[in-house]
Design a protein around this ligand. Structure first.
Ligand SMILES: Nc1ncnc2c1ncn2[C@@H]1O[C@H](COP(=O)(O)OP(=O)(O)OP(=O)(O)O)[C@@H](O)[C@H]1O
Ligand SMILES: [Mg+2]
Length: 303
């Protein structure tokens, strides 16, 4: 507690004692009332000082708690990162060996047809394990540092990646970018987020339709923080309420063998790591079917 406050309160309290003693000496009713008022005023002041001291203490404890939480989160990610590196190493070596062995088996000329089709299936399943391992582990691996990322450039490069598939599905792309300032972020992770959102929108737009990518400067009304809002909207088949409720669960997918169900789970983790938020709206109605994912990522001071 601040020393100055302690000294102030001691002074007030000794003043009060003096006043009380004066009260005992003086008999006039007017004097008595005046002294009584004075006494109440001093009591109020002492009370106010005590409240101020308590407020300062509360603020100090809040700051300490926030600092401890941030340290804990950093330490948690660092530990998970180390573990991820270890697991990635341990998993990748045997995976590579089995992949090579399957390849060699498949090269055998006298392989019976059924054995060849089993080998093919085993290769597919193995590729899936490998994809799950990299998706999950990449997320936890310690990224180098935040860099200045131009969100619209990243979105464009993701669109380029899907160029062929978008064209063959007949999806019309609308690019509506109004942000020029860069965002301090983990570049690789943001790219992973956009790749998944655009990929999902494309998967839902098998019969063509419009896909809109939008960026805007925005403010989080809850915290007052300024940042960037990124929207990926499609006019695909949309989602049922049941699906919508589960999309952020790990391994939840409606795509069978072609989806691992990790995309949105990883997406949410990455956005939360950037102190951001994800909102989603979706409709399956005949006239207004489609889905809108909206991300808010706040700006931040350089680390
Ligand atoms: N734009 C969208 N339109 C319709 N459904 C969607 C959309 N985005 C996500 N979904 C639903 O959410 C589910 C989970 O998505 P998520 O990206 O996590 O996994 P996935 O795409 O199935 O697999 P992957 O791990 O390969 O990304 C999807 O299977 C799909 O049912
Ligand atoms: Mg996905």
């Amino acid at each position: 507690m601040p020393k100055q406050h302690d000294a102030n309160s001691q002074l007030k309290i000794s003043n009060l004692r003096l006043i009380a003693e004066e009260c005992l000496k003086i008999n006039s009713p007017l004097q008595k009332t005046k002294l009584k008022n004075l006494k109440s005023r001093h009591q109020l002041e002492v009370h106010q000082i005590e409240l101020e001291m308590q407020n300062e203490e509360i603020l100090r404890l809040c700051a300490l708690e926030k600092e401890a939480f941030e340290r804990y989160t950093d330490a948690k990610f660092a530990a998970l990162g180390e573990m991820a590196e270890g697991i990635a190493h341990e998993i990748n070596n045997p995976l590579e060996a089995v992949t090579n062995l399957l390849y060699l088996i498949n090269e055998e000329k006298d392989l019976p047809e059924q054995a060849r089709s089993f080998t093919h299936l085993a290769q597919q399943e193995l590729a899936r394990v490998s994809q799950i391992a990299t998706q999950t582990l990449r997320f936890y691996r310690q990224p180098t540092a935040r860099t200045a990322v131009r969100v619209s450039e990243q979105l464009d490069s993701v669109l380029k990646l899907y160029q062929g598939r978008l064209a063959s599905a007949g999806v019309e792309i609308v690019r509506d970018y109004r942000v020029s300032a860069p965002l301090l972020a983990f570049e690789g992770e943001l790219r992973q987020v956009f790749t998944n959102l655009v990929g999902n929108a494309l998967d839902a737009s098998r019969n063509g339709g419009k896909m809109t990518l939008r960026t805007r400067e925005a403010t989080d009304w809850r915290t007052g923080r300024k940042g960037i809002r990124i929207t990926v909207a499609d006019r695909g088949h949309g989602m049922s309420k049941e699906t919508l409720r589960r999309i952020f669960e790990p391994f939840f997918s409606t795509k069978g063998i072609t989806g691992t169900g990790l995309g949105l789970w990883v997406t949410l983790g990455i956005i939360q790591k950037h102190d951001g938020r994800v909102k989603v709206r979706s409709s399956e109605s005949a006239e207004h079917h489609g889905t809108v994912f909206s991300l808010f990522i706040p700006h931040r001071e350089k680390d």
